[in-house]
Design a protein around this ligand. Sequence first.
Ligand SMILES: N[C@@H](CCC(=O)N[C@@H](CS)C(=O)NCC(=O)O)C(=O)O
Length: 204
Amino acid sequence: MKEYKLTYFDIRGRAEISRLVFVAAGVDFTDDRIQRETWPALKPKTPQGQLPILTIDGTVVLPQSLAIARFLAMEFGLSGKNNLEHAQCDVIVQTTEDLRAEWVKVFREPDETKKVELQKKLIEEIVPKFWTIFQDTLKSNSSGYMVGDELTLADLAVYDVMEIHTRDYPELIKGYPQLQAHRERVANKPNIKKYLDKRPVTLF
Ligand SMILES: N[C@@H](CCC(=O)N[C@@H](CS)C(=O)NCC(=O)O)C(=O)O
């Protein structure tokens, strides 16, 4: 069995998807959450000067959050059963990344007035557009999962990217019954439920 260490800041951010893959697969890993003060010293030692990174057996170091998540999902059989399902997982993962990028735009906006405008657009137009895509994907697949007939990386990615908006705008999900049921299905998987119950609470 390989030894995995996932290094990131003490937030969900871009590492949570991989944490969820470990948890869903029931595979042990070191959840290495570093403090901001230690980052400047570590940064030059990382492959791309950014986190997250995955260290495998203390030697191989992978950067890029989605490459890490895909690798882990492939390793643990959470990436679909064939190449088409791998691609369908990728479609959903990339779509969650597009939604995350829209959120990051709002988060990084320095001008307060502009930020309020962007936030309004995000929640009134952009999030509904993406949630409709996710819900339509569920409707086209009778299993209750995004791809194939069991939980994959795609379900974890959607669960993860929706966390901020479902927390901050809890009413919104009521217009998306299949998506709401999907969130509950993912969150109630025994391994995931156990993890979510004790996970450090962070803003994002
Ligand atoms: N495309 C990269 C982006 C990584 C990224 O932006 N990491 C940020 C944290 S979310 C970071 O390391 N920031 C500190 C820095 O750049 O010095 C990925 O998905 O891993």
